[in-house]
Design a protein around this ligand. Sequence first.
Ligand code: ATP
Ligand code: MG
Length: 453
Amino acid sequence: MRTILVVDDETPILESLEMFLGEKGYRVITAATGAEGEMKFRQHHPDVVMLDIRLPDKNGLEILTEMLGIANPPKVIMMTAFQDMETTIEAMKSGAYEYLNKPLDAGEIERTVDRAFRMNWPAGSHEIPADVPSPKGVIIGKSPQMCDIFKTIGILCRNQATVLIQGETGTGKELVARTIHHNSSFSIEPMITLDCSAIVETLLESELFGHSKGAFTGAVETKPGKIELAGRGTLFLDEVTELPISLQSKFLGFLERKEYMRVGGQRIHKSRCRIISATNQDMADLVRQGRFREDLYYRLKVVSIFVPPLRDRICDIPDLARYFLQKAAREHCTEARQFEDGVMDVLCAQPWIGNVRQLQNVIMAAALRSRGKRVLLEDIERELAAGCSRTLANSVDFSLVSSEQAHILKALEHTRWHRSRAADLLGISLPTLRSKIHKYGLQPSKPFHMPMA
Ligand SMILES: Nc1ncnc2c1ncn2[C@@H]1O[C@H](COP(=O)(O)OP(=O)(O)OP(=O)(O)O)[C@@H](O)[C@H]1O
Ligand SMILES: [Mg+2]
């Protein structure tokens, strides 16, 4: 008979799961402590275990590792009321089959348990690297979409699959890329970033593949490319849609064979790095328009992560706001430790076109401005208004600088923030446009549609 062991210290949870799963035809065994759970696990060899993370006598993650250490391990579904990024990643990394957040939802339990029995998916590789350095940078978020991303990151830790991260500007794509790297078994290897929009087209090839001495004028010595520098680590291709079409086929060849030659070089080099790329463009649309090679697109998105805009995960805003307030205190010694009543409501009602980056800027600026222990509503409102006028450019301001800002913004909006097309329209190079975007702090003034990949 299909057997499930449920380990949880809350009696009502044990009772209701026993009844609910019993009615579905499973044999349910319950345990209220870690020790009891381990004992019953050895006695009954359950196929599926539902395991609470916080138990009075033991940490659920330790029990998980023990349970997965046997031959024919069960599928272990972790349960917790205290969801956070690190535990979710840790649990998935250790081979947990699923991760359910309390309060438990009957439909979700039924689907998960049913899938666990049906699926013949190995419960985990158990190859937990001995010395995993603590992840640099924390991804804040409890929304279902972010929890899904944490799970994917956990799964990616066990392989070197190519990943494409899509999402609007400022949603946290680079942060996700870094977290994948820092949780992988190659985290001691470097993570090298190549911002495809920051380098002129002619130099991009040699940046990527390196060049040998004398390959072109100015190549006074042999130089390794970013692929080589990444070693067995991660090569992060930011703004990957800006990869010129001429380089796309060469890069595709590299992805297929994991071999390359330096510009002007004769020797074939092998690479073992993981490729993570990111874009805020709608890649499928660029493919349809013939601006990005379809075959390369599919090669890049072996695993695809979509980081949703902040307005689609409003429940993450309060935690993010508090996190950035703490960050301001740490980095800038600001005094404010809390928000005045009403601030959260205002924050949750914003469209956040610049996403998490914009929220971070608003909170940091408001914290710097506040003189006391609390950030006042008016400080937040002032920063929000300042952001708006920066973005929309002030029409009564006739200075050259502000006309330039407005003009650049117009070109960017016209091309839906396709930077290289905007640079073409403006008659400037892509790196120049990039530095101007940075200098003026420009960001989209209206959301552009980004369908899920
Ligand atoms: N969930 C999050 N938790 C904490 N900080 C976050 C989160 N998401 C984004 N940030 C912070 O917001 C800022 C912007 O994030 P990031 O640079 O990763 O965005 P991006 O999607 O790469 O943006 P762009 O498309 O403009 O390159 C960074 O300072 C990052 O640390
Ligand atoms: Mg980025």
